[in-house]
Design a binder for this molecule. Structure first.
Ligand SMILES: *[C@@H]1O[C@H](CO)[C@@H](O)[C@H](O)[C@H]1NC(C)=O
Ligand SMILES: *[C@@H]1O[C@H](CO)[C@@H](O)[C@H](O)[C@H]1NC(C)=O
Ligand SMILES: *[C@@H]1O[C@H](CO)[C@@H](O)[C@H](O)[C@H]1NC(C)=O
Ligand SMILES: *[C@@H]1O[C@H](CO)[C@@H](O)[C@H](O)[C@H]1NC(C)=O
Length: 207
């Protein structure tokens, strides 16, 4: 029992950390871990948001079996209640994203997208560094919709984080437009077990 609680606390810490600092970001000008997506040329926010390569990955991605597509190729990421964690992907792989969701209790929907991230810093001594493109898969305990895809990034120390090629898929049990799942799956999951699972997923992602 104690062990489970401890694992959950570590999981909670990892979750807070991930949301605040995004694991790979640094406060100085050392190189962050790099994402696996293509960097736009020119390496500007405009270049990223208008990349045909990113758009075509999103437009041509297969819909995972047992999932339905909710939105396609948006320039914003899902931001909703019931965040269940994320994994970095090596490629724009909707099936791997979906199988992470299927393996996570209570997961209703996924959002897969490219994120323009700083390759270093950013910080006051490391302004507007070159970008790196990460490929993220976020997991949600509510349905993902065009309406709740509202996270368009942020700017700090001259660097703009942005999202492109954002696709949303809901599993067979997620239903209506308000992001509400079926009655069967809306019960609040027990805090301990999902958080420790999230920790395991994240540990896997940064390994
Ligand atoms: C930069 O950050 C890394 C990791 O936090 C740390 O190891 C390193 O000493 C820092 N470098 C400087 C110059 O502050
Ligand atoms: C889709 O759902 C069916 C029925 O529940 C299941 O047998 C199958 O393994 C699922 N496919 C995937 C890829 O999870
Ligand atoms: C979850 O995603 C990672 C990629 O970050 C992948 O290696 C792993 O196999 C996926 N897990 C499942 C259960 O599909
Ligand atoms: C939908 O819910 C049922 C019952 O809880 C479950 O057996 C099935 O695997 C779920 N389907 C998907 C696609 O998650």
């Amino acid at each position: 029992m104690r062990l489970v609680t401890l694992v959950a606390l570590v999981g909670l810490t990892a979750l807070g950390w991930a949301q605040a600092f995004d694991f790979r970001r640094d406060n100085n000008c050392t190189l962050n871990l790099l994402g696996k997506g293509p960097v736009a040329s020119p390496d500007t926010v405009y270049g990223f948001l208008n990349s045909q390569e990113l758009a075509s990955s999103a437009n041509n991605a297969p819909t995972p079996s047992n999932y339905t597509q909710s939105f396609k190729n948006m320039k914003a990421a899902t931001q909703a209640d019931n965040y269940l964690g994320f994994v970095y992907l090596d490629s724009y792989d909707t099936n791997t994203c979906a199988s992470n969701c299927t393996a996570t209790p209570g997961c209703q929907g996924i959002n897969i997208f490219f994120e323009r991230d700083p390759s270093k810093g950013p910080s006051p001594s490391c302004t507007d560094p070159p970008s790196t493109t990460t490929i993220k898969c976020t997991l949600w305990g509510v349905g993902v919709t065009e309406k709740n895809a509202v996270n368009t990034g942020q700017t700090s120390s001259g660097f703009t984080i942005a999202m492109a090629g954002s696709n949303g898929y809901n599993n067979g049990n997620a239903t209506n437009e308000n992001g509400q799942g079926s009655a069967e799956n809306t019960a609040t999951p027990s805090l301990t077990i999902p958080l420790s699972l999230i920790f395991l997923i994240m540990a896997n992602a940064i390994a």
